[in-house]
Design a protein around this ligand. Sequence first.
Ligand SMILES: Cc1cc2nc3c(=O)[nH]c(=O)nc-3n(C[C@H](O)[C@H](O)[C@H](O)COP(=O)(O)OP(=O)(O)OC[C@H]3O[C@@H](n4cnc5c(N)ncnc54)[C@H](O)[C@@H]3O)c2cc1C
Length: 539
Amino acid sequence: MSAPVANSIHDVAIVGLGPVGAIFANLLAQARLSVAVVERVAEIYDKPRAITLDHEALRVLQAIGLGDFMEQAIAPHNGSHYLGVDGEIIKIFDPMPPPFPLGWIPNVTFVQPDLEQALRDKLADYPHADVFLAAAGVALRQDADAVTLTAQRESGEELSIHARYLVGCDGANSFVRKQLGIGLDDLAFDEWWMVVDTLTSDPAKRPAKSFQYCWPSRPGTFVPGPRNLRRWEIKLLPGEDPEAAGAADNVVKLLKGFTDISDLTIWRSAVYRFHALLGQRWRDHRVLLMGDAVHQTPPFLGQGLCAGIRDAVNLAWKLRLVLRGDANEALLDSYEIERKPHVRAVVASAKEFGKIIGELDPVAAAARDLRLRAELKAGTAETIRQKFIPDLVSGLIARDGDLAGRLFVQPHVQAPDGQTCRLDDLLKPEFAIVTATAEPMEWLSDASRAAWQHLAGERVVITASGESTDADGILSVVERDGLFADWIRHHRAAAVIVRPDRYVFGAAGNADELNMLVGQLLEGLGARHQSFPAVPVTS
Ligand SMILES: Cc1cc2nc3c(=O)[nH]c(=O)nc-3n(C[C@H](O)[C@H](O)[C@H](O)COP(=O)(O)OP(=O)(O)OC[C@H]3O[C@@H](n4cnc5c(N)ncnc54)[C@H](O)[C@@H]3O)c2cc1C
């Protein structure tokens, strides 16, 4: 019989403490939910995987208190040049120029095991986060009220964990997904690549840019990482045996095809099968899936982990609201509704870039080079990588308006104590009404105001000048960079409602619109039938 874990029932059980599980656990624990995490392996996975992150991911890491750590851990990603058959440039991704809309450099490089260690250290600060390492989830069952997870330690001892919800963050071979009988749709990408991380003794030897070698004879990628980390990803050709390709002497041989290795020490290497797969369902009652457990993408846009981080921040606040009774359980369905089309779009772009890089037919490669060079010359090629990341198109966002579903900007502001910081550092992970002047805050009807208070929503005024204050329930901050002022003026809005994950729920231009927006939000949360005061949703 399995031993029940002390502390009766947790709010959320998590299977898998990879990067996505660790970020999700931190988000929940920070919100004072009790979590139990089981992880099959004690040590952090140390093969080369994610090397780039985007600003949305950095903002989430900032939210869990790792902003300072990330400042030290990252290096800017300086863009990519795609080189055609003749070695000349056929496609360019430039770094996004400032001002940076989310308060972070839009694309950066980092070292995944270092981040995972920081996430584990942070999680250890929370007494209500129980982490069981070297304990594999082996069975689960759920009823109307809870989920029971059985985990097995290496000794054979079994643990029994009870939780209100369970989230499978257990990677590509997800045991949770298999237990639920959920299939993966194959989005048609299947290639073997060798990935090798090296450390250079001469960091200035190569350009600070990334290169995509679109060579039919042997496609490859070069990514300069932080400090002295240098990464190559090299495609295996038809007929090459993935197992033999990973042998140490072959790694050196393939690497020499791309660079002089006299300054390089091989740190680690691995051979991967790059897939494009999408889970058919992301939720089964009280059990949900997240990260690689429910989607896998070829890494050509550097978005696999970023997508998992978006999953984590999307679901964390929804579970929190449901568990505290501020939203109907149906809100959890919006997780898949919002995230699935987003992932599908990102995977489609990653596949497209993968096909450009990995073309093996010399005739098709020559035609590709002509086409891409013409697009580059005509100025029709998109050169900012982050523009391939879509907004939310459905789910819990307002019905009308061009801002609904977009990411809210993050200006640098002066805090009430006089320090300059990023805006989110002053906010709670709750909904916020944000305006550029104090006046629209007066537009809230008594019913909207009462509902907002009940929801623990914040009210934030971001001004161009004056004093930063926190009084009468309104945080008023002076921004340093004009980012918000330009943004709200450009979109002709007077007030926006921002979700806890920093996506815009909707924008309003006048009092009626703002009160309707509050009503729509409450309706979306399913909260109108609970304890909230009634707010009209149409005028
Ligand atoms: C070569 C390569 C390059 C990449 N580059 C990038 C990039 O630049 N940017 C980017 O964003 N993404 C990138 N990715 C993708 C990224 O690495 C993954 O998407 C990410 O690591 C997935 O995290 P995860 O936590 O969902 O899954 P995993 O990291 O696989 O973690 C799952 C965890 O669950 C545990 N587990 C499994 N089964 C059980 C069980 N039964 N019980 C308990 N625990 C279990 C595992 O031990 C593991 O620790 C890359 C991937 C590869 C392969």
